[in-house]
Design a protein around this ligand. Structure first.
Ligand code: CP
Ligand code: NVA
Length: 308
């Protein structure tokens, strides 16, 4: 069980609640594979507000709602009145009169908090400037399916200390993983989130390490994770970032230092030849498409936990 109304950041969730969502995702996946009908959200509707682009999050939430017996509405920011200046607070109050839940992808975590504060229905973070928690439930499902455990594994995140790095660090710490983030100096994860993760890691006897040294991070790693060097909204910085990140590419030389049976992970979309070479992402250790598939099952678990 989870004892939460919203899903805004995994920082709010306990170890047990995160584990519950992972295991529920696995159970729901098995039901689908075995053709067992599972529709606890019959008659329920989810609004999906997008301020940024999406392939996986949009499609998997929409298909997930359908499979659970409910319905999803795609609400592009520019097609609803938020795009013309209606406040988040009024939008939350109005949509709470129609919907049973809202998933939002936004450029500002505060907008999610504002929705949660002013509406009366569950709010799900479908990616913000600082977090991407739904992705991490799918990622940890994927790791569990491949490794049979999470505790004690070493996860090396190579690249930008961004929303993915933050969510992996927080949840990894709670679940007793050793999370190493290797980022260039100016692109390290946010100090306050690192502190939060470190405090959690202490309780689990695990480690959170922020370094500028890719080799320190990747040495004997069980999981190698990377993400784009320029996230959505940072397109203008692309040229300068390509230059700053050039020594942080995950390629066949770097992965030599990880464990032989390492998993390569990426939330996607990927830029081959930038943060990762084709050899690695399309190689035998890569589980990126299993990870993408697991978004569907993980999202169904989150929807059921909050809305059923
Ligand atoms: N990983 C992820 O969130 O993908 P989309 O941007 O396509 O939703
Ligand atoms: N860090 C990326 C993740 C995309 C799923 C971004 O925010 O664009």
């Amino acid at each position: 069980m989870i004892n939460k109304k919203h899903f805004l950041t995994l920082a709010d969730y306990t170890k047990e609640e995160i584990e519950y969502l992972i295991m529920l995702g696995i159970e729901i996946k098995q039901k689908l594979k075995q053709g067992i009908p599972y529709q606890p959200l019959q008659g329920k509707t989810l609004g999906m507000i997008f301020e940024k682009s999406s392939t996986r999050t949009r499609v998997s939430f929409e298909v997930g709602m359908l499979q659970l017996g409910g319905h999803a509405l795609f609400l592009n920011k520019n097609d609803i009145q938020i795009g013309r200046g209606e406040t988040i607070s009024d939008t939350a109050k109005v949509l709470s009169r129609y919907l049973d839940g809202i998933m939002m992808r936004t450029d500002d975590q505060k907008k999610l908090e504002e929705l949660a504060k002013n509406g009366s229905i569950p709010i799900i973070n479908g990616l913000s400037d600082i977090y991407h928690p739904t992705q991490v439930i799918a990622d940890f499902m994927t790791i569990y399916e491949n490794k049979g455990t999470l505790k004690g594994l070493k996860l090396a995140f190579i690249g930008d200390g961004n929303n993915m790095a933050h969510s992996l660090m927080i949840a990894g710490a709670k679940l007793g993983m050793n999370v190493y983030i290797a980022a260039p100096k100016a692109y390290e994860p946010m100090e306050e989130i690192v502190e939060l993760a470190k405090a959690e890691a202490v309780k689990q006897n695990s480690k959170i390490v922020i370094t500028n040294d890719t080799e320190e991070a990747i040495e004997q790693a069980d999981i190698i994770y990377t993400d784009v060097w320029a996230s959505m909204g940072q397109e203008e910085e692309t040229a300068i970032r390509l230059n700053h990140f050039k020594d942080y590419q995950v390629n066949s030389v770097l992965v030599e230092q990880a464990k032989k049976d390492y998993l390569f992970m990426h939330c996607l979309p990927a830029h081959r030849g930038e943060e990762v070479t084709a050899e690695v992402i399309d190689g035998p250790n890569s589980v990126v498409f299993d990870e993408a598939e697991n978004r569907l099952h993980a999202h169904k678990a989150i929807l059921v936990a909050l809305m059923a």
